[in-house]
Design a protein around this ligand. Structure first.
Ligand code: COA
Length: 244
């Protein structure tokens, strides 16, 4: 795929690199369109997703030149929020590998992924109020879910930026690894997930993301998995002494 993304398709995963380094990978309309195409691809053929940024930045936010020209109607279209919701709802797990800045919409894109790992230079922040707007593509609720209301409000209201170590301590990122090893570690995380049953992962993600308590949903998802050959062959393998 040419344009603002580099997309590498593998058997069990797709690796997407945001690539507008001269604009610090700011998310503009073509990038939104291309990320929707990636979502369409992953909905049609579910695979894991690794999302990263080119040139030592994850993404410096929505493109401010475009934002400046948007009015009420564009805000109501939810241009970024709908994209990030679609990414959050992708069938199989997603990992953001964050090197450098993940600000504004860039941070919200990382928050919409299931897991995040970071390099030591990673910085998460939501400076939107400084531009006279709010972080309307998920930060106001996803960040609270990820790090709790107190820290989320420090980021959203007081401009706190979370560096890699803080992000790791708070559980926002799974681990901090040298920039040169970031993609290798992200792939190792995906390898670990790829060894699990794809349908089991898919249903676990659906159930884990369902709001509130939902024992009936859990039981129904389990009922589907209990009838699958994959469960029997994995359990047979365990009982025969195989360890994955
Ligand atoms: N939208 C549009 N352009 C952006 C951008 C964004 N979100 N972030 C960076 N750019 C552009 C800059 O305007 C600059 O363009 P120029 O070379 O034509 O002047 C170029 O990318 C490089 O940015 P610069 O600020 O010089 O790089 P830096 O390495 O010194 O700083 C950041 C990097 C990310 C700290 C800084 O660019 C920044 O604060 N960006 C905006 C973050 C933000 O407020 N995001 C929320 C948007 S809602």
């Amino acid at each position: 795929m040419a344009g603002t993304l580099h997309v590498e398709e593998l058997d069990d995963r797709v690796v997407v690199t945001l690539r507008r380094p001269e604009f610090r990978n700011a998310i503009n309309a073509p990038m939104v369109r291309e990320l929707h195409e990636v979502c369409g691809m992953l909905e049609a053929q579910p695979r894991l997703l690794l999302l990263t940024g080119d040139g030592g930045t994850f993404a410096a936010g929505a493109d401010i030149a475009e934002l400046r020209e948007r009015g009420r109607d564009q805000a109501l279209q939810g241009i970024n929020s709908r994209l990030f919701d679609r990414i959050a709802r992708l069938p199989l797990p997603t990992v953001a590998a964050v090197d450098g800045y993940a600000l504004g919409g860039g941070a919200e894109l990382a928050y919409a992924c299931d897991l995040r790992i970071a390099s030591p230079t990673a910085v998460f922040g939501n400076p939107e109020p400084g531009l006279g707007i709010l972080a309307a593509a998920g930060a106001c609720w996803r960040l609270r879910d990820l790090v709790g209301a107190s820290v989320a409000k420090q980021v959203l209201l007081a401009g706190r930026r979370l560096g890699a170590d803080d992000a790791c301590r708070l559980g926002l990122v799974a681990e901090v690894v040298p920039a040169g090893e970031l993609l290798k570690r992200a792939h190792a995380l995906l390898d670990r997930m790829a060894r699990s049953g794809a349908l089991a992962l898919r249903l676990t993600k659906l159930v884990a993301d369902a709001p509130g308590g939902h024992p009936v949903t859990d039981d129904l998802a389990q009922a589907i998995l209990f009838e699958a050959d994959d469960k029997r062959s994995r359990m047979d393998a365990f009982l025969a002494g195989e360890r994955r």
